[in-house]
Design a protein around this ligand. Structure first.
Ligand SMILES: *Cc1c(COP(=O)(O)O)cnc(C)c1O
Length: 245
């Protein structure tokens, strides 16, 4: 990357960090309670490397399996924490399981089973370097949009969370959502509040702590922080617009 581009990139990260700090402070929360996941999909490994080396950023989110694998390999020398935030097709579960610090998008029992089996295969053949327990979030289709992934809030969520909590290869850490695209900023806020409510009642039902709420993107992460987000996923405001692939 050109030095000029790197500078602009670090400047945008700096400004997102400032907005995040302000939001955290305004909601009376602690900085260490909210993690910024820099969503690097469609952007080159060089951009990730620049943020890691020049700005000390270590947490990155990817949405596509092959693209994620390529960047992980290219940047294997850096101590980065990779999150998977895209839809996982069941047949790709093997390529995801054990290879990310957190998978945000478990949305079916079938996928959960495949991830569990991939990290703890019945034949004991563990892929080298992979985790044996995969931290996951359950993705909730909070706006009930037919075209969106995620489990419906209600019985579906209860059943899925219950199943995931019972799989030794998976550690359920919380919930993730994407409000309808048309709802940005303050309009997204009721959805974030709803996800927090779902998490709180799930904690009661399952009798376990679910510390994470993955919610908020470039246009609405401040509102998400106000409603309790612990992971915000910011792409555009850090990396710039994504060009279509
Ligand atoms: C691409 C993506 C983001 C980043 O969105 P921006 O609006 O670019 O900040 C966040 N979450 C998910 C699930 C994504 O796919």
């Amino acid at each position: 990357m050109l030095e000029q581009e790197e500078k602009a990139l670090c400047g945008r990260l700096e400004s997102v960090r400032r907005r995040l700090d302000d939001a955290v402070r305004a909601s009376g929360r602690k900085q260490e309670d909210v993690t910024l996941v820099a969503v690097s999909k469609f952007h080159p490994a060089a951009a990730v490397e620049a943020l890691a080396r020049l700005a000390g950023h270590a947490v990155f989110g990817e949405s596509y399996v092959q693209e994620a694998q390529e960047k992980q390999q290219a940047l294997a020398g850096l101590a980065l924490s990779w999150h998977f935030i895209g839809h996982v097709q069941s047949r790709k579960a093997r390529d995801v399981a054990g290879r990310f610090a957190l998978v945000h998008t478990v949305d079916s029992e079938k996928l959960a089973c495949k991830l569990h089996q991939a990290v703890q295969p019945p034949d004991g053949e563990q892929p080298e370097g992979a985790r044996t327990v995969q931290d996951v979030l359950v993705q909730v289709n909070i706006g009930c949009e037919p075209q969106k992934s995620g489990v419906a809030a209600g019985d579906g969520l209860l059943r899925l969370a219950d199943a995931v909590a019972g799989m030794s290869g998976l550690r359920l850490r919380g919930l993730m959502c994407m409000p309808p695209l048309t709802c940005q900023g303050e309009e997204a806020r009721p959805y974030f509040a709803q996800l927090r409510g779902l998490r709180d009642s799930l904690e009661q039902r399952l009798g376990m702590r679910l510390p994470h709420l993955s919610m908020g993107m470039s246009h609405d992460f401040e509102q998400a922080v106000a409603e309790g987000a612990t992971l915000v996923r910011v792409g555009t405001d850090i990396f710039g617009e994504r060009s279509p692939r």
